[in-house]
Write a protein that binds this ligand. Structure first.
Ligand code: ATP
Length: 514
């Protein structure tokens, strides 16, 4: 879709998701619920495969990483200890004319992104003009680009100081000085910047009063911290070791838009890696690399990812970065890698009065371990994969097709089985093949319409292989197997189908590239 505008392409992603049963707005018959979505029959398979791939790569492939499934509800003191009750806030600003509310940090970051775009355009223009173009040299010598870059550095430095000092007046002043306007009203008529807590709360039991307030967890990580000692002792884990978990998290997001990129109910896949104090930076670098490689193994293109170091470190971190993905609306955070020091365990020690230490036999001493965390949103990952895979392709003869080039191992269906016609014993043979494959693979069966139309339907949901049974199959026990991407067809014996699908569509085929 090279000629299509990014915003139109994003609309296509959303409508394709709905049309083919990947994602529906939540409670749609009541006009939906803002920033909440449901996964349909195709979406649930793709999501499960992505989650499985993460679990295999993180837990099954590491002897020193184990899993956990902690509850969504946790003792309310957990969130006092973690800092979420007091500090899980977003800086908000309202435009007085449009009455729209924005995250102040996002307004500034978007302004910086616009200047970055200008630099990229200058570089692209120059690259077309000069042979042997050296982008780094150009960026450091071209007056206009140097000015843009200085402007970006100035804004970032000012913004970083304001955030670190929790100086909300200065954050507002930056917005005013940069002359940022509201995208809806076009005016610069802003309120002051305020903090807003993102946790959802409810009450436990029949009586509703202050003491029964309980929160829906805003991250899965705390379930891991409070279980650190349980897992370490019962699993006889030796440092360094990790605990991994996937599960729902809830945030009362203010700027909830961009489809499943930012939701109020979403799923996280997190791993906390417990290490000896002083070794955390080494492990931080290790996990940065390992997690980037995991994303690259999906084969969506190395140009789709980049690192972004955090300007403002969270209260618990001594190093942090994001792996960003090039979504249809630009590069945005996909996964966070954080060196969280011993902050969380120490806080829980203090609030619970229980020791959360590790006796290191090599050092012959006890300490509170340091933690390096990897935290990725499953829904964001889903969106990154789906939007990178969706393509409109020109075919010979002027026709086009919509194809979802998902990594084979992640596709909802691994194969679709078509009897060429609905008679002459072909459906019976197709059903027999289906029966032999369906325990190990998700397979679809389709006998309606022409084979061409059936191919199109499977292309649109990303099925890597279509298997057609024709009259000759009854005689030679062979079928035609057609590849989604190359559209090439070959004859294959029915007996070899299982091995063929295992070779091409198992998660192992992805893991091999890690
Ligand atoms: P952002 O800056 O985009 O709000 P964050 O820095 O608050 O994200 P983390 O707290 O580091 O995010 O959470 C880890 C991961 O969880 C993120 O990288 C993202 O993939 C995912 N995530 C966070 N918030 C949401 C959300 N509202 N909807 C979907 N995924 C989310």
């Amino acid at each position: 879709m090279s000629t299509i505008k990014p915003e139109d392409f994003f609309k296509n992603v959303i409508s394709h998701s709905k049309e083919y049963g990947f994602i529906f707005p939540s409670s749609e018959i009541y006009d939906g619920l803002s920033a909440v979505y449901d996964y349909g029959q195709m979406g649930v398979e793709l999501k499960k495969n992505v989650r499985d791939y993460w679990w295999k790569a993180m837990v099954q492939m590491h002897e020193n990483i184990v899993g956990l499934d902690a509850s969504i509800f946790m003792h309310p003191t957990t969130w006092k200890a973690s800092g979420h009750v007091d500090a899980f806030n977003d800086p908000l600003i309202d435009n007085k004319d449009s009455k729209k509310r924005y995250r102040a940090d996002v307004l500034i970051e978007e302004h910086v992104a616009k200047i970055e775009d200008k630099i990229n355009k200058e570089v692209e223009k120059a690259a077309k003009r000069f042979e042997n173009f050296d982008a780094t040299m150009f960026k450091s010598t071209n007056t206009r680009v140097v000015e843009y870059q200085q402007k970006i550095d100035e804004i970032n430095a000012r913004f970083k100081t304001a955030l670190n000092d929790n100086n909300l007046e200065e954050v507002k002043q930056i917005i005013v000085d940069l002359e940022i306007v509201c995208p809806i009203s076009g005016s610069k008529n802003w309120t002051d910047v305020r903090q807003f807590n993102l946790m959802f709360s409810t009450s436990m039991g029949a009586v509703t009063d202050e003491s029964n307030i309980i929160y829906l967890r805003p991250e899965t990580a705390q379930g891991i911290f409070v279980n650190y000692l349980n897992v370490q002792k019962t699993g006889r884990m030796k440092i360094p070791f990790g605990i991994a978990q996937t599960g729902k998290a809830f945030r009362n997001e203010i700027v909830a838009r961009q489809f499943i990129f930012r939701m109020r109910e979403f799923e996280q896949m997190e791993m906390q890696f417990f290490v000896r104090p002083g070794t955390e930076m080494q492990w931080y670098e290790y996990w940065k690399k390992a997690r980037l490689n995991w994303h690259l193994s999906l084969g969506l293109g190395s140009d789709k990812y980049r690192f972004h170091d955090h300007l403002k470190l969270a209260h618990y971190a001594n190093a942090a970065c994001d792996i960003e993905h090039n979504f249809p609306f630009g590069f945005k955070e996909l996964e966070g890698i954080h060196s969280r020091t011993d902050f969380d365990l120490k806080q829980h020690e203090q609030f619970s009065g229980k020791k959360l230490q590790y006796f290191d036999p090599e050092l012959n001493e006890s300490y509170v371990p340091y933690v390096v965390e990897t935290s990725v949103g499953l829904d964001r990952l889903f969106l990154s994969i789906l939007s990178s895979a969706l393509k409109e392709e020109a075919l010979e003869g002027g026709d086009t097709r919509t194809v979802l080039s998902l990594p084979y191992a992640l596709a909802p269906y691994k194969a679709a089985i078509f009897p060429l016609v609905k008679k002459d014993g072909l459906p019976e043979l197709a059903e027999k093949i289906m029966k032999d494959l369906k325990f190990d693979f998700m397979v679809a069966y389709d006998e309606k319409d022409t084979v061409g139309k059936r191919y199109r339907r499977q292309d649109a949901i990303g099925t890597p292989f279509c298997i057609t049974i024709d009259h000759q199959s009854l005689e030679d026990n062979m079928v035609t197997i057609r590849n989604r991407d190359t559209m090439k067809q070959e004859r294959l014996s029915i007996d070899s189908l299982h091995a063929f699908l295992t070779q091409h569509t198992s998660l192992q085929s992805l893991l091999k590239t890690l």
